[in-house]
Ligand binder design. Structure first.
Ligand SMILES: [Zn+2]
Length: 138
């Protein structure tokens, strides 16, 4: 009787150990995933900052003759539009990097649920899960 109980305890301990191991492995995978997202965020950040810099250079160099004016106005408008989106993404990237530091990365800001990994690997700077994003956009 006593032996049986001891055995049961042992089995339970082994089970606990196994669960702990799985949890640890899951954590490692998650950390790896977050690291991947971080690299993507940094890369995009650099890309956008470079773009922003070069479009500023273009604006600075623009002083061609009359025939070019229409083109450059159009060009400027396009640059402006692009910059707005760029700036928005840059802000979101900064926010996401802050969240990685705080350990809250990948959590939907609206409902507190974990954002789908697939979504994060495509858009690592998103703040909401698909469901909340759809609600916000409506
Ligand atoms: Zn959500």
């Amino acid at each position: 009787m006593r032996k049986k109980r001891k055995q049961k305890k042992k089995v339970l301990q082994q089970k606990k150990k196994r669960i702990l191991k799985v949890k640890k492995r899951k954590k490692t995978i998650l950390l790896k995933f977050i690291e991947e997202c971080k690299q993507k965020l940094l890369k995009k950040y650099e890309e956008l900052s470079n773009l922003q810099k070069s479009s500023a250079d273009i604006l600075f160099e623009e002083k061609g003759d009359e025939a070019d004016i229409a083109d450059s106005v159009l060009g400027r408008e396009m640059t402006q539009e692009l910059s707005d989106t760029q700036r928005k993404i840059l802000d979101l990237i900064t926010l996401a990097l802050e969240k990685i530091n705080k350990g809250t990365y990948g959590i939907c800001e609206n409902c507190g649920k974990i954002i789908e990994k697939k979504r994060l690997s495509i858009l690592p700077w998103v703040r909401y899960c698909v469901k909340c994003q759809n609600n916000i956009e409506k």
